[in-house]
Each structure stands twice: as structure tokens, then as C-alpha cells.
Design a binder for this molecule. Sequence first.
Ligand SMILES: NC(=O)c1ccc[n+]([C@@H]2O[C@H](COP(=O)([O-])OP(=O)(O)OC[C@H]3O[C@@H](n4cnc5c(N)ncnc54)[C@H](O)[C@@H]3O)[C@@H](O)[C@H]2O)c1
Ligand SMILES: [Zn+2]
Length: 361
Amino acid sequence: MQIIEVRLASHSYTIHVGHGLLQQAGELLRRQGLGGMAVIITDSKVGALYGRNLLEGLSVGGIKASVIEIAPGEEQKTLESAGRLYNRLTDLHAERATPILALGGGVIGDLAGFVAATYMRGVPLVQVPTTLLAQGDSSIGGKVAVNHGNLKNRVGTFYHPSLTISDVATLKTLSRRELSDGMAEIIKHGMVLDYHFFAFLEKNIQKVLSLDPAILEDVISQSVRIKADTVEQDEFDLGVRNILNYGHTIGHAIESVSGLTVWHGEAVAMGMIIEARIANKLNMLSKDNISRLKMLISRAGLPIKPPHLDIERLIGAMQHDKKVTEGKLRFALPKATGAATIVDDVSLSIIRQVLSDDEET
Ligand SMILES: NC(=O)c1ccc[n+]([C@@H]2O[C@H](COP(=O)([O-])OP(=O)(O)OC[C@H]3O[C@@H](n4cnc5c(N)ncnc54)[C@H](O)[C@@H]3O)[C@@H](O)[C@H]2O)c1
Ligand SMILES: [Zn+2]
């Protein structure tokens, strides 16, 4: 087991990454001073796979828990679901000291996190992420939210857990596509912030995809450490943390224009390659660095070339997503493998040029 400490202005907490940690959940909660009754919020798929495991792990530590299951899927990330969860918590007599355990992927982490942040003005939250995306990225950083109307994450806040338990054994039931999807943000952490981690991924990507427990533990804890360092410096995403938007300006546009047939990690992977080419056009990044990135993304089982999407619709989606000042867009761009910077004034004409340069994509 690896333990990562996250030190925030408001409080500090630990992230535990290891194989078989659900069984130790009760003990880990107790050590954190959490106990009494707990409530697990999960989706029906994850609940069926791991609900019992977690309940047993909690009971070993003397903690009784109730389980609330919702249907799986992004459609559940709404205020209506949050409302239903508040009702269930009230029925269960959940109180201010009752920890909520968010057992599942990023959807459950965001929704149950939002509920924990707001029910009775905030109850202790324990993140128990079960997808690679959630373990390596979304469960760190305190962003909790629900979607509103058609707008993703429109209503939310910052709320950090009191404890995170990442059991890498849960990843064995993910599909290959889900595993690869989760690798995108992990690769991003290496590309923008840590050359050694990027090189480590190049060496071990096969072992990650074949679920080697020791490598998984290593990759997730390094990814978490890198993101946590940035979050510690910029808890509210007002400065250096913007670097983590790399791949997302183009990525979000691809995701939305594809009608969500392209998943988030896949879109970010393609977004990273296109944005690396923008950096190259601006003479910031060498072609060798792009080739290396493309190779790793491809070996992770992620797409390197977007489906055929209308360039003007992509540009339209970007303008909708981000503030455009006088035809210029803001990007986080790599300047080498393992380093990046914010560039405020990327012109739409360069973006158009790179998007239409099909040869190189
Ligand atoms: N808060 C953040 O900083 C942040 C960052 C990135 C993404 N997100 C959010 O994360 C969400 C996407 O998360 P996700 O990709 O984990 O999707 P998800 O939570 O929808 O999980 C994907 C699917 O996998 C299933 N599943 C989960 N764990 C499993 C397991 N161990 N075995 C088998 N099946 C399992 C789920 O039931 C679901 O059907 C989006 O809503 C996105 O907005 C949040
Ligand atoms: Zn993302």
C-alpha cells in the first residue's frame, strides 16, 4: 500500500492506494476518526460487484453501513438525483458526523461528493474510486458537481474528502476501453508535469493494461502525487492548476461534437496530440516530443486521430466552451515532455490550420 498525503489550507488528508484495500476500509476509517454509522452511495453495477466487499471491510473495523444504490450513468449526475439522495439520507437518520462513502467511478465521486458537501452543510466524505479515471485523476482535487440543463458540471463546489481508498483490485472488472480511457489523464500528468513519470509509463504501459498489481499501485500513486502537488499550490484552480487543462480545449470540443460517442479520456488523448501540434506550430515543442506522445497514447489503446468531424463545428464548440478574446483562445501547451505553460493568445487561424492538416493528425 502507498500513502499519499494531501496538504490543503483547510485540512490535510491521506490517499491510500493498494491491492485489496476494500477489506481494510473499516480500519482506515477508524484511524481517521470516522466511525459510527456510515452510508455508501454507489451505482447498481459497482454495488453488485463491490458493495458486499466494502460492507465486510467496514464491519471488520466495527463500522455499520447502509447502501444507497442509483442507476449507473452520466444522466444521474443531476440536482434531481441529489434531491433523492438527500431524502434517503434523511430516512436513514444520517447526521453531521455520518461519513458518506462514494463507491464508484467519476460520476459517483462527483455526485456523492456534491451531496456530502451540501447535506447538512457538509458531512465527511470518503472517496472509494473504482475506475482508472477516478483513481488516477477525478477523485483528487475536490471538484464535486452535477450537470444542469445540457451543461456539464454547471452546479458544484470544492469539497475534499477526509480519506480516499483506491483499491486497484477493483479495476479488474473494467472493460479494456474503460481502462484505456482512464489512461489519458494519467499520461497527461506525465506530459505536462513530470518527465520521469512519462518515461515510467512508456516502460510499463503493457503491464498497466494487463493489470499488474504492483505497477498499477505505482502508476496510480504517482499520478495522484503529481495532481495533488498542483492542487496543493492552487486549491481553487485559479493559477498553476490550469496546466491540467492540457488536451481539454480541443478534447471537450471533440467530445461534444461527436455527440458523446467519443469518451472523455479518448477525446483528451486526441486533444493532447492536436494541442501538441499547436505548440509545435508556435515553435514551443519539437516533433520528436509529439511522436513520443503519440506512441504512448497509441500503446495505451487510445485513438490518436479524431473521427471525421466538421472543423467549423469544433471551432464553434471551443468558442462556446471558453472565452474568446478577439479571435484568440487560451491553451495549456507543452514545451517539452514533462513541462507546460499557459498561452493566452492562440489564434483561431492556427487552430484551423492544425485541425485541417489531416496528414499529420
Ligand atoms: N471531479 C473531477 O475532477 C473530474 C475529473 C474528470 C472527470 N470527472 C467526471 O467523471 C465522470 C466520468 O467518470 P468515469 O469515467 O469513472 O465514469 P463512470 O463513473 O460513469 O463509470 C463508468 C462505468 O463503469 C462502471 N464501473 C465503475 N467502476 C467499475 C468497476 N470497477 N468494474 C466495472 N465497472 C465499473 C460504472 O458503473 C459505469 O457504468 C464524468 O462525470 C466526469 O465529469 C470529474
Ligand atoms: Zn478531464
